[in-house]
Design a protein around this ligand. Structure first.
Ligand code: MN
Length: 240
């Protein structure tokens, strides 16, 4: 059986040291690549480009899209001025990913948003974000100091959701490495996972389309948590 090809959106990064300081790199954390490869898919990195037609051609090569983690989303995209708690933004990436999402919807491709990926999906469909997670988290830590694979808080999974169908557990312990969170949920979406402080840890589109996001980073946990391996295996299984 042909392995599904899954595009992963990327970041740009200027080198902090060494002989190549002037160069900006396109990159993605390798855990995404490992997670999709182990789950039986072929990952393909999508560099940030601006031309809409070319983005549509990028997406035309794919069976599904993963919108990966990264910096804060530009608040101007959801009608807010930047708060003094807003961190680094990459507006070119925002615009690119909104185009990727449009192209994927047009082609009815499944979309999985991880962390920032969930946030930009919410914005793409008309929702808004907390610019700083502290606005909602009431002191609960969502930007863990523990290593990235360590499960640091509880997440309750909503029964009968698409997310529940992927992992078949109602309580999971996840890592938490996010600075923003969903404020107003996009129309046509429902919450599928919640933290103890009420923060939205996952959402999905109503209906038959598979557009689903999680606020944590399952790809960082696959080496130590079989449930997160199952998450990716079940997702890739939908594409076969
Ligand atoms: Mn969290």
């Amino acid at each position: 059986m042909k392995k599904p090809i899954i595009g992963i959106t990327t970041n740009t990064l200027a080198m902090a040291e060494g002989p190549h300081l002037a160069f900006e790199r396109s990159y993605v954390n390798h855990d995404y690549v490992d997670a999709l490869t182990q789950a039986g898919a072929v990952p393909l990195l999508l560099p940030i480009i601006a031309d809409e037609e070319s983005i549509d051609l990028q997406v035309s090569c794919l069976d599904a899209v993963v919108i990966s983690g990264g910096p804060d989303v530009n608040p101007l995209l959801y009608g807010e001025e930047p708060s003094d708690k807003l961190e680094f933004i990459n507006p070119e990436r925002d615009v690119f990913e909104l185009s990727v999402i449009r192209a994927a919807i047009k082609r009815k491709l499944p979309i999985l948003g991880i962390c920032r990926g969930l946030q930009i999906l919410n914005v793409a469909f008309g929702g808004t974000l907390y610019q700083d997670v502290a606005e909602i988290s009431e002191g609960q830590q969502h930007s863990q100091k523990a290593k990235k694979h360590v499960p640091s808080h509880t997440v309750e999974i909503v029964p009968h959701s698409k997310l529940y169908a992927l992992i078949e557990e109602s309580t999971v312990f996840t890592n938490s490495l996010h600075h923003q969170a969903i404020k107003k949920l996009a129309l046509g979406f429902k919450v599928n996972a919640v933290a103890k402080d009420g923060l939205i840890e996952g959402f999905e589109k109503d209906g038959d389309e598979f557009i689903l996001g999680v606020q944590w980073h399952p790809e960082n946990m696959i080496k130590t948590d079989p449930l997160m391996q199952k998450f990716f295996k079940s997702f890739v299984g939908l594409l076969k």
